[in-house]
Each structure stands twice: as structure tokens, then as C-alpha cells.
Design a protein. Sequence first.
Length: 255
Amino acid sequence: MTWLRVDDRFGQHPKVLAIPKPIRSHVIGVWALAGCWCAATENDGLIPEYALPDLPKAAQAAEELVRELGRLPGIGRRTAVRLAFHLLRAEGEPARLAGALVAVAEQVRPCSRCFALAEGELCPICADARRDRHLICVVEAPQDIDPLERSATFRGLYHVLGGALSPIDGVDPGDLRIAELVRRIDEAPRDERVEEVILATNPTMTGEATAGYIANLLRDRVRVTRLASGLPVGGDLEFADEVTVGRALSGRREI
């Protein structure tokens, strides 16, 4: 039989180290202090190794939750731990979150026309007869639609590419929905003929490359425009970088 002495080295035992670090002290406090410590007092500070129980199922489930949350973009280990313990403390919230995730997985799909998020064949924007069908705004991802909609300025339709050109990452034109955009323009009914395409890809190297590629494809078909870029409202000129100032000067207009 292997005996362990209850001292600083106790925390280095494999069974103890198997407990996720953020909750290790809490788990030890539940079973180690209640059982192992008592046994040690009767054996001159020694306890049999079998007295150490395996990692509790609850701790394993908590670690699995932390691991899954940590896989989300922008979520690190510490944030995942805080979110996990918030869910564990909030009564009813884990069930509501699980229900929402299941509903999204089962019901949400890409719109068959613009590839934004939809619960049916068409998204609410494409299904809205009041939208201007002669105008299409091209974005990289579905989440890029929200700020444009919140501006309450654009009343046309959208087209989601599903990313941006990046040869380094292996993203070629065939990996994006560029062919679908061209087909959508060419096959539009006469009363819904597309007159202008607004390129609203991100102002990054990949976004600019994508905008340039699409502009070359569509230049002989429709009017192609690019979202303006420059100084933000409420920003200070002294803190702007050279590229932003240069674009603001190039896009200046009369008032």
C-alpha cells in the first residue's frame, strides 16, 4: 500500500493535478478536507493513496464547459472560466442558453439569395418587397449587415461573400460567393435589374483585394462603388494615421 504525507507535496499528486486549476481549491475543500485530512490525523499525517477519490464528475463537466467556451473567437481561458462559473451560478440560465443554441443549429440557415442568416428560404431583407432591388451591398460576413442596417440609410439588398480573398490562407475566388453574385446580377428580372453594387468589404489588405477583384468583374455590367473611408465622426485629426488621413483627403466633398 502506498502512503502519502499531507504536506505541500500533496498538491502535486496526479489525482490532485487532474482537477482544473481554477476550481482545484474548491474541489479539494469538498472531499480532501472532509475525508483525507481526517484519515491523516489517525496515521501520523499519512493517508493511503486509495483515499484520494477520482476527479468528481461535476468538475469534469465544468472543465469541458470551460474548454468549449474557450474555443469561441475572442474568448481566452480566463474569460471562459468566468463565463462557466456565471452559468453554474445562474439558475435556469444554462438551460435557456442551451435551448437557444439548439434552436439556432436547427433553424438558422443561409438565405438562398443573399446568403445572410435566415430561418426560411429567404432572409427578412430579401423577403421585404419594400427594399430597393436595384441596389446590392456586398459584405464579407453576415454580421457586417447589422451596422449598415442600424445606420437606417441603406434600403437595398445585400450579398454575403463568406470571407475575403487571401492566397496566403488558401482563400481563392472559388471559395467565396463571387460567382453567385455575378449570376445574381446577370439573371435578375428586367424590373429588378441591378443598377449599382456597393462594395462594403473591410478596409484591410484582404478586403481591398477582394473589392478590387469584384470591381474588375462587374465594371462592364453595373455601376460599382466602394464605401468611403476616412476620419470617424467625433475623432481627432492629431490621432489619425497617415492612411486614414490620405483617404479622407481623397474622398473630400463640397459642402
